[in-house]
Ligand binder design. Sequence first.
Ligand code: NIG
Ligand code: FE
Length: 411
Amino acid sequence: MVKLIKNIKELIQVREPNISKISGKELKILPTIKNAFLVIKDDVILDYGAMHELKEIETDEVIDATGKLVLPTWCDSHTHIVFAGNREQEFVDRINGLSYEDIANRGGGILNSAKKLQDISEDELYEQSITRVKDVMQLGTGAIEIKSGYGLTTEAELKMLRVAKRIKEAFPVEVKTTFLGAHALPKAYKDNKTAYIDKVIDEMLPLVAKEELAEYIDVFCERGYFSLEDTERIMKAGQQYGIIPKIHVNQFNAFGGVALGVTYNALSVDHLEELNQEDIEALKSSNTMPVALPSCSYFLSIPYTPARQIIDAGLPIALATDYNPGSTPSGNMNFVVSTACIKMKMTPEEAINAATINGAYAMGIENTHGSITKGKKANLIITKEVPSYNYLPYAFGSNHIDAVYIKGEKI
Ligand code: NIG
Ligand code: FE
């Protein structure tokens, strides 16, 4: 099946040869071709170029993109999209003055979501989750990472990861899965955290590995959740199975999680709302991608990740949603890109690079996703008629997407 998209006003994020990630000053550069064409063959990008270079080709379908932009679909490298129910009551409680911490301390928060998830069947969890997956695909997301962590029992953690695996098999969106058994301490282990970590390591992880349910391992490394020592034990255990870390660090407190992640070759360190100079230094000598989650900062009214400090230190940065029922009930990458520009002072070029190729890197798919590169997956957003790519983050809150193609198929 050959599809030709012609008369593209501007083809965005063209990388030939491919690039694995973009850092520092380079982030300000977003290569494009004006008045372009692009050819899709089955599920990949076969060719592209300027319209005047287009040769006679046989096609099954021609799409006219006059006045429209084409860019790679978003790569959302951090989500908890598999969850049960919602937490809108906690949202109201926070409006009325309780903090995220207060809510967690009285047994709400992650434990509230875990209870809901433990109580429903795998099929029901799948049904609830695919509603959100379909929604984010329409919003231009072509790849997502999905974490467990709302199970907190062996059975429920496996249930979550099996649902994620079913999503991977049933939908064209690229899915990478992460085992986050250490997301919160279940009530039953309130006075015995070590026993819960033992369970994560000795009972859950071997089963996750045996069923090949997770590519990555995560820990919520945070005061009141899991310490540096806990995080290290879990990352070490993951290493035994060849599962590399992608960890939650520095959401509320900076106490060395970034450097620890780097020591264990973490693919990414995510959140970083609190960041100090030692964290920056640790990242400088690493291949670890810092990931910012601006929708989480927006929703919880906590600081935004200091993107300028990260970029000005010559580092790369990726943007993701953190889609989850507690801190970010939104999987909209368009909003993430806008918010990064508006609140984190990232330029549109930086934000688009961070949400495409750097997002792909943060989930280990930079060779197949995240840019317009021959042979990569034909994962494309065709916008409505817009003046320029700057308009996408500028006119925030409106839907600028006309069509989404994932693996060459229109969604
Ligand atoms: O990434 N920070 C930890 N985990 C999620 C939120 C958890 C929740 O409140 O349900 C996050 O923000
Ligand atoms: Fe998260």
